[in-house]
Design a protein around this ligand. Structure first.
Ligand code: SF4
Length: 184
């Protein structure tokens, strides 16, 4: 994984060792490396600029958000799940929810899509910022799988092949190791 964009962002960070900063820099860095726009989905330019000013010094960056950003994926549902579970229901936590939901639309393990150094960083971040949601992941399920199960439970849609994970033939898919470059 090319971390150059994230590293450059961290050089301009107000609090480069702060976990929230690692998340924002990682998500932005991954989007920049991939040439994606908007960098964080759903955040209007004014909100994005307040985020940039909160985390960085002298960084000129635009989100390039537009009304056409709404895709046919699960972004909005996941965003709402995260917003509802913010440990602190403030604007900072909202920015972080948008960042996580944006990154989660990627193809890899979530911690990789978020440009974080390890899965442990992601788990610590989830406990800190989305505590009531993280507390439900009692089996240390892969984070993306866990999100999707939560969304399906909310919607009353049973996508799982078994009512209980322990009896499910996909157990290894949902709970297997998440430290390699394999699918999310
Ligand atoms: S292990 Fe099976 S039941 Fe559990 S979340 Fe995965 S697919 Fe659903």
């Amino acid at each position: 994984m090319d971390m150059d964009a994230t590293r450059k962002l961290l050089l301009l960070a107000r609090r480069p060792h702060d976990l929230d900063t690692l998340v924002i820099a990682g998500v932005l860095g991954q989007a920049l490396e991939a040439g994606r726009a908007p960098l964080i989905r759903g955040l209007a330019e004014a909100r994005f600029q307040r985020l940039i000013n909160e985390y960085f010094v002298d960084l000129a960056l635009e989100n390039h958000a537009s009304e056409c950003d709404r895709g046919d994926d699960e972004f909005e549902d996941l965003l709402q799940l995260l917003l509802d579970h913010r440990s602190h229901p403030n604007e900072t936590s909202a920015w972080l929810a948008y960042a996580v939901a944006s990154a989660a639309m990627g193809e890899n393990h979530l911690w990789q899509d978020m440009g974080l150094p390890s899965r442990r960083h992601l788990s610590n971040f989830m406990i800190s910022r989305f505590g009531s949601l993280a507390a439900r992941n009692t089996g240390d399920m892969k984070w993306k799988k866990f999100f999707y199960r939560q969304m399906c439970e909310r919607a009353g849609v049973p996508i799982c092949k078994s009512p209980h994970c322990a009896d499910c033939c996909d157990y290894a898919v949902c709970f297997g190791p998440e430290d390699d470059g394999g699918p999310a």
